[in-house]
Design a protein around this ligand. Structure first.
Ligand code: ACO
Length: 329
């Protein structure tokens, strides 16, 4: 008897048209193309247009993933949106996406605040939902970071960009099978990477707004760097162990695109040659939960993934959360 493969049956992504270069940042704040390039590898990022919001970016990526899967919105049974930059606080972005897509009155929900690990976490949850009832679950990673961050804080603003990526998780012979997955959280270190104002601990008010604290992202860069590298490589090794496979069996590693040095250090810790590690951070910057699906979609578009290839996703974000997944195309 042939076993049904549960995996990714469609992929899509969307990036806004507007490109902002490092030199443009250097005209606004005290920075330079040289500083940004050497510390992060980032050369450009995309900026959402004034008339584009989070749910618009998400819907564009979702429409492409549905077309790739050969499905219409009615054929989706559930929607998960991973985002730290929601359309509004309440209701969740997933409900806007359900409406804009024209999907049926299905359950939808956000994975909010899980940082850059949100999309891979969402895929793992979707896999379990497909397993209980032969469902098709649309998973979207989307961020519109440039609208909510401070444009004055050079420590963070140059790092981010706007994008969305999506996948349909379902069962089928042609699916990119989810071979193994892992995820974890260390909630003791949330203070190292956090946007603190706006919740119940520090509600939004005029005084905080006057100080622009609502836009402030607290980030202890070096600690984030170390933790991201350690967790992403450990999670990747964990899924390989689960699958009984070796890193040499993997055709392509797709790490969260935070910055080039984190990507390179993760590849080194895993023992994979640079040509097997996908990098597009130079084009888009750090797009949070959109970074892994955008990179996966782009790698496939560029012919970097062939039928039968094992592709290893690994991600890390605020929380701290991390998640990794092994796919067989
Ligand atoms: N332009 C010029 N100078 C800057 C800039 C900038 N955009 N930003 C910071 N600096 C300055 C600082 O003010 C500081 O100056 P000082 O020494 O006079 O105080 C100096 O540069 C900091 O230098 P370093 O500490 O040596 O910088 P470092 O090599 O640690 O690089 C960076 C900083 C890029 C943030 C690094 O720590 C890093 O990559 N950390 C990971 C953070 C990350 O990727 N976060 C993304 C979100 S989290 C995620 O996606 C997982």
């Amino acid at each position: 008897m042939t076993q049904t493969r549960i995996g990714l049956i469609g992929l899509g992504a969307y990036v806004p048209e507007r490109i902002m270069t490092n030199d443009e940042w250097a005209q606004l704040i005290d920075t330079s193309d040289e500083w940004i390039t050497t510390r992060t590898g980032i050369k450009r990022r995309r900026l959402a247009a004034d008339n584009e919001n989070t749910a618009d970016l998400a819907t564009f990526a979702a429409e492409r993933a549905l077309a790739d899967a050969g499905l219409i919105p009615d054929q989706i049974d559930e929607i998960i949106v991973a985002s730290d930059t929601p359309e509004v606080y309440t209701p969740d972005t997933a409900s806007f996406v359900q409406h804009r897509l024209g999907a049926s009155e299905i359950p939808t929900y956000d994975l909010a605040g899980s940082g850059c690990a949100g999309f891979v976490l969402g895929l793992d949850i979707a896999r379990s939902r497909v397993g209980v009832g032969d469902r098709r679950v649309l998973v979207i990673g989307v961020e519109l970071l440039t609208r909510l961050m401070s444009w004055r804080d050079r420590n963070t603003c140059v790092l981010f960009g706007d994008a969305a990526g999506a996948a349909v998780v379902g069962a089928g012979a042609g699916a990119a099978e989810i071979v193994a997955a892992t995820a974890g959280t260390d909630g003791s270190r949330g203070h190292i990477l956090t946007a603190e104002v706006g919740g119940t601990r520090a509600p939004f008010n005029v005084e905080r707004a006057r100080q622009l604290l609502h836009q402030w992202i607290v980030m202890k860069g070096r600690e984030v760097f170390k933790e991201a590298t350690t967790r992403m490589s450990a999670a990747a090794k964990e899924v390989l162990t689960q699958a009984g496979l070796d890193v040499d069996d993997v055709a392509l590693v797709i790490p969260h695109q935070a910055n080039l040095r984190i990507i390179q250090a993760t590849g080194k810790a895993l023992g994979v040659p640079a040509e097997k590690v996908y990098v597009n951070v130079q084009e888009y910057g750090n797009t949070g939960s959109a970074s892994v699906p955008l990179a996966l979609w782009e790698a496939r578009q560029q012919g970097r993934i062939a039928v039968g290839d094992l592709v290893l996703l690994t991600s890390f974000g605020a929380g701290f959360h991390w998640a990794a997944m092994l796919l067989r195309f």
